[in-house]
Structures are given as C-alpha cells and as structure tokens.
Design a protein around this ligand. Structure first.
Ligand code: MG
Length: 164
C-alpha cells in the first residue's frame, strides 16, 4: 500500500465581465449592485471557482467540461448545482471536503456586509461547519479591468481528505 497521505488540495479560478443591470450573485447570495455578471448560468464566480477547486483536487476535469455553456440545460442555472455535483463526484471517489477558502476580487460594492450570509450559504451548500468556510474580499486597487469595475474574479483553494 502507498503511504502517501490521503489528502488532496485543489485550486480554482474564475472571472466574469460585469454589465449594468445584470444580477450579481456571489457564494450563492444575490448582492445588491448596479452591475452584475454576464454569464450563461447565474454567473457566480465564487461557486464556479469552488467547483473547479474541488474538481482539481480529484483530477475530475473542469467546470466547462462538466457543464458546457453551450448546453441549454445550464442557462441561468444556480451554480450551487455545480458545486454539489463536484462534491458528489469527490464522495464517489471516497473523498470529502475539509475546508474551503475563497477570495473574491471586486471593486464594488463592498463584500463585508454580505459575508455572514455568504458563509451561512456556503456551509449549507457544502455541508461543512461554518468555521471550515472562509470568504475574503479585496479590491484591485483601481488597477486594470477589475479596478475599472469591468469584471469580478474569484480564487478558491480547498482541501479534501479520504473518507475513513
Ligand atoms: Mg464562470
């Protein structure tokens, strides 16, 4: 038997363009904002990056392979479906989430007031205790297209361990 530790780390990244009048959904929570994401699904960059982080940990491909944006079934779809599918694929491989760490890069609005409800939603979606979920937010210091308010990005790392 291999003595490689039964833990897997994953990383995911996503970005979407912003447009006036669209919905802005982050971590499964609708954010009050004049600008929202241009996307085929609900455009939740945080949950898309989380899906890719989980898929990355298990070597399960990426969100675009599993849920093509050419498939009408994915139009306007709630991104929690993608996360739940990635978790079920991990569980099939006998791995479970240990923690998730999300960083959102967005010029405005400020994410801080939404963090408690985001953490509650992430805990609900992933079935992790709230203290195993982390959401951090930063602006891009007015630099580049995110800094000009033209886009929103998210980066996520996660850890999985073998189910005993
Ligand atoms: Mg995306």
């Amino acid at each position: 038997m291999s003595n490689i530790p039964s833990i897997l780390v994953g990383f995911g990244y996503d970005i979407h363009r912003l447009e006036r009048g669209k919905r802005l959904v982050l971590c499964g929570v609708e954010i009050e904002s004049d600008y929202g994401t241009i996307a085929h699904s609900d455009g939740d960059v945080a949950l898309h990056a989380l899906t890719d982080a989980i898929l990355g940990a298990i070597g399960g491909g990426d969100i675009g392979e599993l849920f093509p944006d050419t498939d009408p079934a994915n139009a306007g779809r709630a991104s929690r479906d993608f996360v739940e599918k990635a978790i079920s694929l991990a569980n099939e491989k006998r791995y479970e989430l240990v923690n998730i760490d999300i960083t959102i890069v967005l010029e405005k609005p400020k994410i801080l007031p939404f963090k408690p409800v985001m953490l509650a939603m992430l805990s609900h979606i992933t079935q992790l205790p709230r203290e195993r979920c982390s959401v951090k937010a930063t602006t891009n210091e007015s630099v580049g297209f995110i800094g000009r308010g033209e886009g929103v990005a998210a980066m996520v790392s996660c850890l999985l361990s073998a189910i005993e």
